[in-house]
Design a protein around this ligand. Structure first.
Ligand SMILES: Nc1ncnc2c1ncn2[C@@H]1O[C@H](COP(=O)(O)OP(=O)(O)OP(=O)(O)O)[C@@H](O)[C@H]1O
Ligand SMILES: [Mg+2]
Length: 270
């Protein structure tokens, strides 16, 4: 594995303080604070429309908060452009995007491009340094494919893969950025039980072997309860609870927020 990911020290804490996001007339996030501890899996849960993806959009630089700050260790991420945030080690997947173009290798190499120092011109001219770099990127992409169970499909067009594998290509592509913090927005949505179990295993492995922190948005409470060290619950843009999975499962505020959409403990499908 590459220098930043393997054997490197624990990632810095991701610290979100008082983040507020307003869209014309609607407060999507209202003074949200949470801290993703180094090397932990931190789940962000809440009913539909609670603000979870908006929070990810702030963390990844796609949405500018009206107020509040985001820091990764000593680095201030608030209002940085998405590519700057990615370069500082924060990578994400999207809730509704599933890749359909190219092979698995092509998709993973896209993830590597953000790290490429040689640049496109040198690459196009096949300068020795660029060729060497390309080879190293391919080796790193292969390693990520191994880690995410996609190695047997490395040269397969993603259009031919199962839905679960395709969705895992997204996760693998984010990992190719060598993040220190990985933001996963509903990584098992739409998957069947076997695919969910497989992805849960991959997320657990990735955290253990790469030592990165994971912020996980997921409606599958079985998966959240199994993987998360800490859980923050959002409802209508506000943090209504924070604690261990066990504490959250028993929290009356949380049960109330989920009333009508199914209490969190009942959604166990993983
Ligand atoms: N660009 C936008 N413009 C206006 N309103 C928005 C925008 N993005 C999100 N919203 C609104 O902000 C609120 C929070 O949306 P968000 O997508 O963050 O919720 P979520 O918790 O991810 O929900 P889900 O579980 O359904 O994915 C919703 O009311 C949504 O309609
Ligand atoms: Mg969402």
């Amino acid at each position: 594995m590459t220098a930043r990911a393997a054997g490197s020290s624990a990632p810095p804490a991701l610290d979100v303080r008082g983040v507020t996001v307003r869209f014309a007339g609607l407060t999507a996030l209202d003074g949200v604070s949470l801290t993703v501890a180094p090397g932990s899996v931190h789940a962000l849960i809440g009913p539909n429309g609670a603000g979870k993806s908006t929070c990810f959009n702030v963390l990844s630089g796609l949405c500018r908060p009206t107020a509040g700050t985001v820091r990764l260790g000593d680095a201030e991420l608030t209002r940085l452009a998405p590519h700057r945030i990615a370069a500082l080690g924060v990578a994400r997947t999207f809730q509704n995007i599933v890749t359909t173009e190219g092979t698995v290798a092509d998709n993973l190499m896209l993830g590597r491009h953000a790290l490429s120092r040689a640049g496109f011109t040198a690459g196009a001219l096949r300068l020795p340094r660029a060729v060497r770099e390309q080879r190293a990127h391919l080796a790193a992409a292969r390693e990520i494919a191994e880690l995410t169970g996609l190695a047997p499909h490395f040269d397969t067009p993603v259009a031919l893969l199962s839905y679960g594998d395709r969705k895992r290509v997204e996760l693998a592509r984010a990992l190719c950025l060598e993040p220190r913090v990985l933001l996963l927005d509903e990584p098992v949505a739409g998957m069947n039980a076997a695919e969910r179990a497989r992805t849960a295993e991959v997320v657990g492995d990735v955290r253990a072997r790469l030592g990165l922190s994971v912020l996980l948005v997921e409606h599958d409470m079985g998966l959240v309860m199994r993987l998360a060290d800490q859980v923050t619950v959002l409802d209508f843009g506000r943090v209504i609870a924070h604690g261990t999975p066990d504490e959250i499962r028993r929290d009356p505020e949380v049960l109330r927020a989920y009333l009508g959409t199914g209490a969190p403990a009942e959604e166990d499908t993983a």
